[in-house]
Ligand binder design. Structure first.
Ligand SMILES: Nc1nc2c(c(=O)[nH]1)N[C@H]1C(S)=C(S)[C@@H](COP(=O)(O)OP(=O)(O)OC[C@H]3O[C@@H](n4cnc5c(=O)[nH]c(N)nc54)[C@H](O)[C@@H]3O)O[C@H]1N2
Ligand SMILES: Nc1nc2c(c(=O)[nH]1)N[C@H]1C(S)=C(S)[C@@H](COP(=O)(O)OP(=O)(O)OC[C@H]3O[C@@H](n4cnc5c(=O)[nH]c(N)nc54)[C@H](O)[C@@H]3O)O[C@H]1N2
Ligand code: SF4
Ligand SMILES: [Mo]
Length: 703
């Protein structure tokens, strides 16, 4: 019998509502849910491909154990025994730090992992916790911690009510928006009076914008300081309601004073006249917002640039104002809890053993994971848990990590696929996937452009011998840390009771009396509930002492001299590498869906026509791309959409490694950009990886 179900696509941050048709156990159709208050029927091709993940014959459904190059299915109990033995032995013989953890991107989209995974991994007490954060939003979280007092307090552009949207280093038209949950962002941006994009590539977002400024990779902090310089020099600052809350005004003026647009232009490549005009426009538009994303935070000065975006919004009256950078009112508010449990964040409280890189929120930068595995001594990593991550493809110098993983004493992966990373595991524990589990948007509701709430029960019943992610981590917790009774109790209930409590305690819960949200009321409204546009939340929501916002935290001021030195550094005449995302690709793991990978090869290197000419390269040629750490061969796509001196390659490809079980992806392997990105390049302030602006050389093959 055919049935229809409502669920949420949890592949990216847009969190689109979906309507799923099921017939005789087969998912027959996935459409956008017209009645979802946030996504209003929008769906991208990846959402449809959830059906492919669900039915993928390569997807693991039972634990597998490695013996040499072979894998054997085993029972859950036997697998848990093996894993517990491996992990416990490492901890007993070499101490807690010898066991490392890597948590990958899908963790953030997974209710069970957020509720049960986080506490478990923290409880392991190891300094060697790693995650995709240090390849991604770490600088945004750091700015939130330093300026608003809690790492989760990242502002969101109020895109639906703004008149001027200035986008630095983000390509929402393709990525669907990040730290900005805004499904169908193309339509939302089209409705904005003016959109300006600052990017080394004329992106899909730039194409629908009114203005595009090319910028040399890694120089955004200079441009942002110039914008701030103009705001001060022309006395255009306007801090409105928050004036009495802002601290460090004069110091900020002083810092920016040496960075007039004419001073920074030779390095950024942005015309000073256009910088002045943009500064005036930002300051002069009552509803305007400056937004910075991945291109801005994963670069040499990512910490500074991300901080300066917040400063610019604050100085021009666009912080916590409609149409500006605002804060959400999520139905389950994890903020008070994170403050109570001491998890508002922390930075630099200790440093990594080998390279002395700073801790952030109890995690170390993944750029140094290989060092910690390879370097002998007390605290050396000897065992690893990966969960929902594929760092062999997603972290810089993935080849080196690939080799390092092979040398571990023990490794377990919680992952539905045997892929480039998990092939090194001794045991793979495969969880249920999207349509087999319930969902509530615990994480990204904090960063949505509108407050909504939606609960989705599973679409398809899992088989009795499948396990949810949260059941897997609870089992591991009880077997490795003890406390089996507690784990069994929690395991008897699952995420729903916690969610239920969270909803009742939240701002739209009991306080609203009979109209309040509860899990029951959400279950009765399967398309979700609209809770209205973003509202002013400051100063109440600030978690800082005296509810002040320090515009000039010391860590940033201390890093300014490093930026100033960039002004004197000779501009290299070689090429630098940046990344790009693609609508039919999702980081490293959706390439096993035929409908997403079919068609022409998308893993191509974009090269400016003049740069191609200089090297005798024609469109479609294979070329050799080299960096300080590696060399790959990649087809060239000649286009003037990248600026001269910049080449662009997407990440997440490189599925030609031996021993994976990804039959479709293996036929469309592409190459891994992270075979040339350099793990030694980190933003010295934050420790976040530099994935943009990597020095490279390009040549025709010599054979
Ligand atoms: N289809 C699809 N959607 C995705 C993903 C995916 O893989 N595929 N991944 C998801 C994830 S994990 C994330 S974090 C988000 C990221 O969301 P976005 O930040 O929107 O991601 P990107 O498309 O990588 O955009 C980064 C932009 O920065 C530009 N850039 C590079 N270097 C610089 C620089 O130095 N300065 C400036 N100003 N710009 C620079 C790049 O050219 C690129 O256009 O996307 C999410 N959405
Ligand atoms: N050069 C370069 N490198 C980059 C980036 C870039 O722009 N350029 N972007 C970076 C960014 S922003 C990010 S977020 C990272 C992402 O990189 P990672 O954190 O490594 O995550 P993914 O590549 O998305 O891999 C996800 C893994 O989780 C598994 N998985 C999927 N769903 C589930 C689930 O529900 N449960 C479990 N247990 N497993 C699941 C998949 O099979 C896959 O193995 O890549 C980073 N790497
Ligand atoms: S934009 Fe696409 S991948 Fe992202 S949530 Fe919506 S349907 Fe899923
Ligand atoms: Mo990400």
């Amino acid at each position: 019998m055919a049935t229809t179900h409502h669920h949420t696509c949890t592949l990216c941050e847009a969190t689109c509502g979906i309507t799923v048709s099921v017939d005789g156990g087969r998912v027959t159709a996935i459409r956008g849910d017209e009645l979802d208050p946030l996504s209003r029927g929008f769906l991208c091709p990846k959402g449809v491909a959830l059906a492919d993940v669900h039915h993928d014959p390569d997807r693991l459904r039972r634990p597998i154990v490695r013996s040499g190059d072979d894998w054997f299915e085993t029972s859950w109990d036997a697998a848990f025994e093996l894993v517990a033995a491996g992990l416990t032995e490492t901890r007993r013989e070499h101490g807690k730090d010898a066991l490392a953890v890597y948590q990958g991107n899908p963790t953030a989209h997974n209710l069970g992992l957020l509720l049960f995974g986080q506490p478990f991994f923290r409880s392991l007490g190891t300094r060697n916790r790693y995650s995709a954060t240090s390849l991604d939003q770490l600088p945004h979280m750091l700015a939130a911690l330093e300026m608003f007092g809690n790492q989760l307090l990242m502002p969101v552009p109020d895109v639906d009510r703004t008149d001027l949207f200035v986008c630095f280093g983000g390509n929402p038209a393709v990525s669907a928006g990040s730290i900005m949950t805004a499904p169908d962002i193309r339509a939302r941006l089209r409705a904005v009076r003016k959109v300006v994009v600052v990017d080394p590539r004329r992106t899909e977002t730039a194409r629908l914008a009114d203005e595009h400024l090319f910028i040399r990779p890694g120089t955004d902090a200079l441009l942002l300081l110039s914008l701030i310089n103009v705001v001060f020099a022309e006395r255009r600052e306007c801090t409105g309601r928050l004036t009495s809350r802002l601290v460090g005004f004069d110091i900020m003026r002083e810092v920016a004073s040496g960075f007039a647009p004419e001073v920074t232009a030779p390095v950024t490549g942005v015309d000073p006249g256009r910088v002045r005009a943009l500064a005036r426009e930002i300051a002069g538009t009552p509803r305007a917002v400056v937004y910075g994303r991945v291109g801005v935070c994963t670069q040499e000065f990512g910490g500074l640039a991300t901080w300066l975006v917040v400063v610019l919004n604050a100085l021009t009256g666009h912080l916590d104002e409609p149409g500006g950078a605002m804060f959400t009112t999520p139905a389950v508010d994890v903020l008070p809890l994170s403050s109570l449990t001491g998890q508002r964040g922390g930075f630099g409280r200790y440093h990594s053993r080998v390279r002395r890189l700073p801790e952030f929120d109890g995690e170390l930068p993944v750029s140094t994971l290989a060092d910690e595995i390879e370097t002998p001594g007390r605290g050396q990593v000897r065992a690893l848990i990966t969960v929902a991550g594929n760092p062999v493809l997603s972290s810089p110098n993935g080849r080196r990590l690939d080799t390092a993983l092979a040398g571990l004493d023990f490794m377990v992966s919680i992952d539905p696929y045997l892929n480039e990373t998990t092939r090194h595991a001794d045991v793979i524990l495969p969880p249920t996937v999207h349509l087999e589990r319930s969902h509530y948007e615990l994480g990204l509701a904090n960063y949505a452009v509108r407050n909504t709430a939606r609960y989705s029960p599973p679409v398809v019943e899992r088989a009795s011998d499948q396990r949810h992610d949260w059941e897997i981590v609870l089992q591991l917790a009880s077997r490795v840390l003890g406390g089996g009774a507690l784990a069994r109790t929690l395991g008897g209930f699952g995420p729903e009771p916690l969610l239920s409590l969270g909803l009742l305690a939240g701002p739209h819960g009991l306080r609203k009396l009979h109209k309040g949200l509860s899990l029951g009321s959400l279950k009765r409204r399967p398309h979700g509930v609209d809770l209205g546009p973003l509202e002013r939340r400051l100063p109440a929501r600030l978690a800082t002492r005296g509810k002040k916002i320090n515009l000039v935290p010391k860590i940033y001021l201390d890093d300014v001299p490093r930026l100033r030195a960039l002004l004197d550094r000779p501009v290299r005449d070689g090429l630098v590498l940046i990344g790009r995302r693609q609508v039919r690709s999702n980081n490293s793991w959706m390439h096993n869906s035929e409908r997403l990978v079919k068609g022409k090869d998308r893993c191509t290197l974009l090269v400016h026509p003049d740069d191609a000419d200089e090297r005798g390269l024609a469109d479609g040629d294979l070329a050799v791309l080299s960096s300080a750490v590696g060399t790959i061969e990649v087809p060239v796509e000649i286009t003037d959409t990248v600026m001269r001196g910049v080449v662009s390659l997407p990440h997440g490809w490189g599925h030609d490694r031996k021993g994976t079980r990804l039959r479709v992806a293996e036929r469309h392997p592409g190459v891994s950009v992270n075979d040339v990105t350099d793990e030694r390049l980190v933003d010295e302030l934050t420790g976040a990886a530099v994935l943009s602006g990597i020095p490279v050389s390009l040549a025709a093959p010599s054979y």
